[in-house]
Design a protein around this ligand. Structure first.
Ligand code: SF4
Length: 500
């Protein structure tokens, strides 16, 4: 028996589908926190009192029987030709049914219709005639009071939204227009389960948006590629072609097939010069903006689909931790870390104001996309601290700029410029011995703080979270000091720095 998610996986890539079918089913950790029973709140919005409620593992006949006598069916399980679906809400409308899809986001767009189309395909084939089609989604304007207000939390729409989040295409007509017969797809999926697939072929689907989680398993040879491989060329659509033509290294790149990005230039120059490229003038110019005392700031945060605290909107962010290292002109370093379990944003803002020096530069990695936004959110939530928090925003500098702009490239970066990647060759030990090594791991662990009753467990999580966040702000000092050294270095001295 398949689910719609299996169809999506197969449509993405048969190899992906097979690997997922055979994978250990570890507990799924959503990237966005959803503590509430969202179907229960949505049912309140729809005014449902009496209903048939489907259960995990239900025989499909159960829902079919419920169609005979119930007004509302909630989470009913149906199946047709080995495809099993779960329908959020069905409401009787004469001898037909109205369907309510549940979208746990702000604006359902019509760019991924498979879930809707496949659901309707199953229902239609079972002879369940649908009249009206609706999508319930979270209301972007909703601001939580003391309690959740189901009426205001959700919006019921009969249209999808466009990229400007304006309602456009009608749900019913769009689904019926795009719906396809799944018979052949399901046959192919069944056959694929039984046979051995030919070797995977790399296509854009392997790296589009983000690298497929099975990339290394499918293409293990890339793990062994040298640091200056042409395959590390950033944003290049021809790198695989060049590699297969024998142009194996960055320095061999066919200049005619470059897109012309500055990072590509610095990568090629780094390889030609033995491993390191520095645009010293540009680097000095960037560093000239930085003033002592230099505060290195890193936030950790959680995003909630349903606002858990008063004054929050759907998908608002709750910062729960920051780490701060301050580098003073005399070379001394001070350090602070702040960690909260619940909503302590006001206290956090007060600590930030106390901990961050009133003058000097504040450095963050991806400052524009993260720390600046967090400071602006705090400023908006606590107008009494607005001026001080916005003054911090004005003093922010983004440490990833020298790497994003191709000002500095070391082939050891292998086409990446994350803080962890750069720290990886500057200070190998860095993140290696930590129990938490990634931002999302920190979030997953933080979620336990609320629930675990084991004191030792809690102590360990708190310690791990602090160590991880502190490493992020410390790593920024290491990278910053390396950049300073590169900027001051005479070109001939670079020889010693090339391969780190
Ligand atoms: S890496 Fe590419 S070929 Fe391999 S499973 Fe992912 S999408 Fe499919």
């Amino acid at each position: 028996m398949f689910h719609i998610s299996d169809c999506k996986k197969y449509t993405k890539c048969p190899h992906y589908f097979v690997k997922e079918m055979n994978a250990d089913k570890e507990a799924f950790q959503p990237y966005v926190r959803l503590d509430e029973e969202i179907t229960v709140i949505a049912a309140q919005k729809l005014g449902i009192r009496e209903c048939f409620r489907g259960q995990r593992g239900d025989a499909p006949e159960r829902a079919m029987e419920a169609l005979e006598k119930e007004e509302w069916l909630v989470k009913a399980r149906f199946s047709y030709k080995d495809l099993r679906i779960k329908v959020p809400f069905l409401h009787r409308n004469g001898n037909r049914w109205d369907i309510y899809f549940l979208f746990v986001g702000l604006f359902p767009h019509a760019d991924d219709l498979q879930f809707y189309c496949d659901t309707v395909w199953v229902l239609e084939n079972l002879g369940i005639r649908l009249e009206n089609y609706y999508i319930m989604h979270l209301n972007a304007q909703y601001v939580r009071g003391k309690e959740i207000d189901p009426e205001a939390l959700f919006t019921i729409s009969s249209c999808f939204y466009n990229h400007k989040n304006h309602p456009t295409l009608p749900v019913k007509e769009t689904i019926l227009d795009k719906m396809e017969d799944l018979t052949e797809l399901l046959e192919q999926m069944k056959a694929t389960e039984r046979k051995t697939l030919s070797a995977p072929v790399r296509t854009s689907r392997c790296t589009i948006r983000q690298k497929c989680k099975y990339y290394e398993a499918c293409f293990p040879e890339e793990l062994k590629m040298p640091a200056n491989s042409v395959l590390t060329l950033i944003s290049s659509q021809y790198k695989y072609a060049m590699n297969s033509e024998g142009k194996k290294f960055l320095k061999d790149t066919d200049i005619q097939r470059l897109e012309g990005f500055r990072q590509q230039y610095s990568q090629i120059m780094a390889d030609r010069q033995g491993g390191l490229f520095v645009d010293r003038m540009a680097l000095r110019s960037w560093l000239s903006n930085v003033r002592y005392p230099i505060a290195f700031l890193d936030f950790e945060w959680e995003r909630f689909a349903i606002p858990p605290y008063e004054g929050m909107r759907p998908y608002d962010v709750l910062p729960f931790e920051y780490s701060l290292h301050v580098l003073h002109e005399d070379g001394t370093i001070t350090q602070e870390v702040y960690l909260s379990i619940h909503d302590d944003r006001k206290d956090m803002a007060e600590h930030l104001i106390r901990d961050i020096p009133e003058e000097g530069t504040i450095i963050a990695y991806n400052a524009e996309g993260a720390e600046k936004i967090r400071l602006q959110e705090l400023a908006e939530t606590f107008p009494e601290y607005r001026e001080k928090l916005l003054h911090m925003c004005d003093r922010l500098e983004d440490l990833q700029i020298p790497f994003m702009t191709g000002t500095v490239y070391n082939t050891a970066m292998k086409g990446q410029w994350s803080l962890k990647c750069i720290m990886g060759f500057l200070d190998e030990k860095g993140y290696r011995d930590l129990d938490i090594r990634q931002g999302m791991e920190a979030v997953f662990q933080w979620r336990h703080l609320d629930h675990s009753e084991d004191d030792q467990d809690l102590e360990k999580i708190v310690r791990d979270l602090k160590e991880y966040c502190q490493m992020d702000s410390y790593a920024m000092i290491v990278v910053y000091q390396w950049l300073e050294k590169l900027a001051q270095m005479h070109p001939f001295e670079e020889e010693n720095e090339k391969i780190l």
